[in-house]
Design a protein around this ligand. Structure first.
Ligand SMILES: *Cc1c(COP(=O)(O)O)cnc(C)c1O
Ligand code: SF4
Length: 442
């Protein structure tokens, strides 16, 4: 299939869009000036059920919706668009609004940046001991943009991304020097937006360097969901699969961290064939998604998603909590509700699907999992634990917060039992400067 991408300037040419009510089209136009918007012909033709629009989950996943902006922000841009304001006027208003949406103004690739010989390795992050994140410079866009994505500032050009020169060489040197690193995770954007010949420039040196401590090469991608032809009929699909095979031949484990937000993305022949071809190379596919209001906040959707993933040969891995940025007000589900949803879905599937962990917040101190609501003594509390910690010693140690059914992020929670802080807080404060804001992998 030929790739056709749609953005603000050409989405009106989509035949199904032409049949939508005017106010829905208008909302795409208004919100799409502030938040990133990009979709493609596979999403439009195969994933969206147009009979269900505007309530279709995949439509909401890739098309901007009116309520994604706060009412006063919406009104402001709407009046500019209606009055045919100049591009620069609209852009100035959009930037003002973006700054109010917690966009990580310091640039999201500037935290947890490792150093080598006194040089900052931009395009890498090293937060958890075993795993280095690597952001290849050509992989910082996607086949379509998810409306919930916390990387939105980079897609609207707000973040001035920096990359180290000779990125691939530095990655090899860094992992060689850091024997504690067992995993490198390629992320973006979506690294599989890259042509195979570009991806190869990063992966081949890694396997040729034959680094003993490097065990796992991981690729974070949504290509299976948004463009499965990347693995089947694209010009360089076969080369991509050969590259994967070579990773395996070099004795490294190859893991796909695949993003699927709804079970619809697992239906149809294209994705099944793509998954099978990836698995045939010896790679393993693990899956993850946040819980999102309007898209998947339904235990049946999750149970269905996990069952379909397992049937196709994938391993359910993480359920996340929507992050505190962008249109969080639109997508967020309270922590207690996310846990109830997790529990209901988890209870309805067999053990083979229960490899999944969640709901988990990728937060400043670590990946914090909501274990559930407990009664301890006579007090109702929320039990949490870290799956990953900035200090590895923090992992797998339960801790408690006062029950709060409105909390949507760990920073909304108060420590239980009259403690003034959570057990990790003192150490965390010493590790970071106050200006450091959280920046994480999805
Ligand atoms: C989630 C995450 C990882 C990978 O964690 P795993 O639990 O090993 O999958 C690595 N680095 C960062 C910054 C992360 O947020
Ligand atoms: S969630 Fe992943 S695929 Fe979606 S826009 Fe963000 S980086 Fe791209």
């Amino acid at each position: 299939m030929n790739y056709k991408s749609y953005m603000l300037n050409n989405f009106r040419s989509i035949p199904q869009v032409q049949n939508l009510p005017d106010d829905v089209i208008q909302a795409i136009d208004v919100v799409g000036n502030v938040l990133p918007f990009k979709t493609n012909n596979y999403v439009v033709e195969n994933l969206i059920n147009w009979d269900r629009v505007p309530n279709d989950p995949i439509f909401i996943l890739t098309f901007p919706q009116k309520e994604m902006l706060l009412p006063h922000h919406y009104k402001k841009v709407e009046s500019l668009v209606k009055n045919q304001a100049s591009k620069s006027e609209i852009k100035a208003a959009a930037n003002e609004i973006r700054l109010e949406l917690n966009p990580h103004p310091a640039g999201q690739l500037e935290h947890n940046v490792p150093m080598i010989e006194g040089e900052k390795l931009f395009g890498m992050q090293h937060k958890y001991r075993e795993t280095v994140l690597f952001f290849p410079s050509q992989g910082q866009t996607c086949h379509a943009y998810c409306t919930f994505c916390f990387r939105w500032p980079q897609f609207v050009g707000m973040d001035d991304l920096k990359f180290a020169s000779k990125q691939a060489e530095h990655l090899v040197d860094y992992i060689k020097e850091h024997k504690e690193v067992t995993d490198v995770l390629f992320t973006g954007g979506d690294p599989l937006i890259m042509k195979t010949k570009h991806l190869e420039n990063y992966i081949r040196p890694l396997i040729e360097a034959d680094i003993e401590n490097l065990r796992n090469i991981r690729i974070g991608t949504k290509a299976l969901g948004y463009w499965p032809y990347r693995f089947t009929t694209d010009d360089d699909a076969d080369d991509l699969l050969s590259l994967f095979e070579d990773v395996k031949k070099a004795g490294k484990h190859l893991a796909f961290m695949a993003h699927f937000n709804h079970s619809v993305e697992l239906e149809g022949e294209a994705v099944a064939t793509a998954i099978q071809r990836v698995l045939n190379t010896g790679a393993v596919i693990r899956t993850q998604s946040p819980v999102l209001k309007h898209i998947n906040n339904d235990p049946n959707v999750w149970a269905d998603m996990w069952k379909k993933q397992v049937a196709l040969g994938c391993i359910p891995y993480y359920m996340f909590v929507a992050r505190n940025t962008g249109a969080q007000h639109y997508f967020s589900v309270p922590l207690v509700d996310a846990w109830k949803l997790f529990r209901e879905a988890y209870q309805s599937v067999s053990g083979i699907c229960r490899t999944v962990r969640g709901p988990s917040m990728s937060a400043l101190p670590g990946k914090i999992q909501v274990l559930g609501v407990s009664d301890i003594g006579n007090q109702k509390v929320i039990t949490l634990r870290m799956i990953q910690g900035r200090n590895p010693d923090w992992a797998a140690k339960p801790f408690f917060a006062e029950y709060d059914e409105d909390a949507i992020w760990y920073t909304d929670l108060k420590p239980a039992f009259d403690k003034d802080k959570f057990f990790f807080q003192g150490e965390l404060d010493k590790m970071l400067t106050p200006s450091e804001i959280e920046v994480d992998f999805e």
